[in-house]
Design a binder for this molecule. Structure first.
Ligand code: PEP
Ligand code: MN
Length: 338
């Protein structure tokens, strides 16, 4: 349920009404937008007396929100949310944020070299996996804690904030001061215990869509994190599983406008895991920017042919350079910047 307040309602009035509403055992979430004030009610609103609330002279309207996601719902928060990953690096504003780096952190030299190259071409965030959720137990599983240390070294060498995947809630403590944003991978989108624990932190969460999940399930996973008090969620479309075998996944480009309409959270696209092959990354990235994505996550490797994971879809430095230039033109066409 959301309560839309009349123009010019004072903060004091909103606070007083919120306290009044909370007597019905629901949480009142006031949101002050540009020219609009709404109070979102979260919890079991069955006991809320709508008729009594309508008697408040400052209440314009009360709407029942049908969707099961509330905090992630655009109705609760009409303006776009902007998630700050580090000072000067925010996702959801006019400037697009490109997160780039290898699938896996492989060595100190490798991650620092990749970080410097992607930074030179305009990436604002370094990506790199330390714990790798692989389909086969015999594939490279990541450098784990050492990988996290190496990412931190690359951060110290370049100043780039770091996003890396967390697979286990027990690791949160060691990730805390080694990264700037937690990545929840497609395979863990519905790992609810992980989501709940991440909701207790205040660090940004890059939540990837599971390859067989609907938009509503995706937003319900965001809701799990937000319900814990962490509203810094960035959604990432990375391709879904269809009958098509030519591509690794099928990039669901419609997820971008749909999510932007359903939710106020920023949406980015990962064209690397979607296409699964290097030459598809640039056209898919262009499509994502044209469709309104707030950023991209792109795999870049110093030597794709010898990468320990996802080499086939990784861009070389040269192709990343070319892609970034091409994206600048598309961004300008849709009134965005990189
Ligand atoms: C990754 O980013 O390297 C990754 C494993 O992605 P996804 O969870 O989308 O498969
Ligand atoms: Mn990968």
């Amino acid at each position: 349920m959301i309560i839309i307040m009349k123009q010019g309602t004072t903060h004091e009035h909103v606070d007083e009404l919120s306290r009044h509403i909370e007597r019905w055992n629901v949480k009142a979430n006031p949101i002050y937008g540009e020219g609009t004030i709404v109070i979102g009610l979260v919890g079991d609103t069955g006991a809320v007396d709508k008729d009594a609330l309508m008697l408040d002279p400052q209440v314009e309207n009360i709407i029942k929100v049908q969707e099961p996601f509330k905090l992630a719902n655009r109705k609760f928060h009409p303006d776009n949310s902007v998630v700050e990953i580090a000072p000067g690096v925010s996702v959801g504003g006019k400037k697009l944020v490109v997160m780039a780096g290898p699938c896996s952190v492989e060595s100190e030299e490798q991650i620092i070299d990749v970080a410097k190259h992607v930074q030179a071409d305009g990436a604002a965030v370094l990506r790199g996996g330390a714990w790798k959720p692989r389909s086969s137990p015999y594939s490279f599983q990541g450098l784990k804690a050492e990988g996290l240390e190496l990412l931190h070294k690359a951060h110290e060498a370049t100043g780039l904030p770091v996003v890396t995947e967390i697979t286990n809630p027990a690791h949160i403590d060691i990730f805390m001061d080694k990264c700037d944003c937690f990545q929840v991978g497609a395979r863990n989108m519905q790992n609810f215990e992980l989501l709940k624990e991440l909701g207790q932190t205040r660090k940004p969460i890059l939540l990837k869509r599971g390859f067989a999940n609907t938009m509503e399930e995706f937003l319900m996973s965001a809701e799990y994190i937000m319900a814990g008090g962490n509203e810094n969620v960035i959604l990432c479309e990375r391709g879904i599983r269809t009958y098509e075998k030519y591509t690794r996944n099928t990039l669901d480009i419609s997820a971008v406008p749909v999510l932007k309409r359903m939710s106020h959270l920023p949406v980015i696209v990962d064209p690397s895991h979607a296409g699964g092959i290097y030459w598809m990354v640039e056209p898919l990235a262009k499509a994502a920017v044209a469709a309104g994505a707030d950023g991209l996550m792109i795999e870049v490797h110093n030597d794709p042919a010898h990468a320990l994971s996802d080499g086939a879809q990784s861009l070389t430095y040269d192709s990343f350079h070319h892609t970034m230039n091409a994206l600048r033109a598309v961004a300008a066409a849709v009134d965005r910047e990189i």
